[in-house]
Design a protein around this ligand. Structure first.
Ligand SMILES: [Ca+2]
Length: 447
């Protein structure tokens, strides 16, 4: 075991050394899809939607099969940007145009980590961590911004009479209102390629959180009506095209060996089933939070591999920090871990044994540890008005699933495994108590 750890340590060092031998740390391209479910793309089992670029991309990198996000949008982006559970940084499920909070300006984001090493940084797409000036990505380490600052359904179309027209922003200015959504994937992609070309000779961090495939769905004329899987398929196939354009550009500029590319999503599919899992967007069943994730770094990450270890979007910040040779923030607790050992060897020991599942109200509802997942207070009941009566009478007895034998979370095995229930309860209580003690506030809007 000790030898193995030593070996991994050496490999991790060599990974850094190789990067510095090229005289610059690796570029990072982070493609983040909205509401894409685990099996929405070919590499994760979809046979209806055509994703040739992602299929190829997966053969060049590593697939993660236990990669966790959160049930909905803003909380997931808080995790990704800070390396912390959203409960630690006090960002609830979804921010709206009338929300008076945002990610606290003192939080250290992925872009600020990249800035330590002089990276060119940009975000193209959906920010969703506060839209008031003090919360914009340009105040959180990003040199530039192009996109819609929140969800694409938060404008006047579809009818939301209380909301202002959907803004398309360039840096801190609204440049268009209610932009043609069928052009968003294409425009974001063109902006991303422009950024890569402009910065190809220096380290860069490109964060590309697409507005699609969030409702209202939209695809350009080249894709609309083309997919066998219907409109949702059209939007996914356009995202696949986008991935193809970006990887083509990286190859043309000979950047493959010096660029870590990460593809993942913020939460499960909306209003659709999420096979092979139970639940979907908004729930903490696996269908709501387990996401497709592919990471590629040619020559570093072994091609065509699969990693089944627990990982998630909270691990991106510590991992990127390590790989680019930056320093993690030392004055605060993070929840994510550096998973670069898994990037070198998918069979390396798990970096995190446990993962916590928070709901949109920032309550801890479940924990995974190894094969086991425990719902701490019974199964969640949907929190809408119709369900209120049901909620009051809900059974709060812990429910245990073995995710290895029962991926669809069907069979409660709590009674047969009281010692597992007790152990997971204790781990969850300890982790939760620490987060409650050390959690940090959201930013409050000045106006
Ligand atoms: Ca989402």
């Amino acid at each position: 075991m000790r030898f193995l750890l030593l070996l991994i340590g050496c490999l991790a060092v060599s990974l850094n050394c190789t990067a510095s031998a090229a005289d610059r740390p690796p570029n990072v391209v982070l493609i983040f899809i909205d509401d894409m479910g685990y099996a929405d793309i070919g590499p994760f089992g979809n046979t209806e939607v055509k994703t040739p670029h992602l299929d190829k991309f997966a053969t060049q990198g590593m697939k993660f099969t236990s990669f966790y996000a959160t049930p909905v949008c803003s909380m997931s982006r808080a995790c990704l940007m800070t390396g912390c559970y959203n409960a630690r940084v006090s960002i609830p499920g979804v921010l709206f145009p009338e929300s008076k909070i945002g990610l606290h300006p003192d939080e250290v984001t992925l872009a600020e980590i990249a800035k330590q090493k002089g990276y060119a940084t940009t975000i193209i797409g959906k920010w969703h961590l506060g839209f008031q000036p003090e919360f914009l990505p340009t105040r959180q380490g990003f040199d530039s911004y192009f996109g819609i600052p929140y969800s694409n359904d938060m404008g006047t179309k579809p009818a939301r009479p209380n909301f202002p027209p959907l803004p398309l922003m360039r840096n801190e200015e609204t440049i268009e209102k209610e932009p043609d959504q069928s052009q968003l994937t294409r425009r974001y992609t063109e902006e991303a390629i422009k950024f890569i070309r402009a910065n190809h000779d220096k380290p860069f961090f490109l964060y590309l959180p697409h507005s699609m495939i969030h409702f209202p769905l939209a695809a350009s004329a080249d894709f609309k009506g083309k997919s066998k899987a219907g409109f949702i398929g059209d939007t996914i196939e356009e995202i696949d095209w986008s991935v193809g354009e970006i990887t083509k550009t990286l190859a043309e500029l000979k950047l493959d060996e010096n660029t870590l590319v990460i593809f993942t999503s913020d939460n499960g599919p909306a209003g659709r089933a999420a096979p092979p899992f139970r639940g979907n967007k908004g729930t903490v069943f696996e269908g709501g939070v387990r996401e497709p994730c592919i990471m590629r770094w040619t020559g570093k990450i072994p091609a065509g591999t699969t990693c089944n270890r627990i990982a998630g979007n909270i691990d991106v910040l510590p991992t990127m920090t390590k790989l680019i040779g930056a320093e993690p923030p030392k004055d605060r607790q993070l929840d994510g871990r550096d998973i670069s050992s898994l990037l070198l060897d998918p069979q390396a020991p798990a970096v995190r044994e446990s993962h916590l599942y928070f709901n949109a109200a920032m309550n801890l509802v479940a924990i995974r540890n190894g094969d086991w997942k425990l719902f701490l207070n019974g199964l969640p009941v949907a929190a809408n008005a119709k369900q209120e009566a049901k909620k009051k009478n809900a059974d709060t007895t812990p429910v245990l699933f073995n995710l290895t034998n029962d991926i669809a979370e069907k069979t409660n095995v709590a009674e047969a495994n009281p010692e597992v229930v007790k152990r997971l309860q204790e781990i969850a209580e300890k982790m939760h108590a620490e987060i409650q003690t050390n959690k940090r506030p959201a930013g409050k809007a000045k106006e």
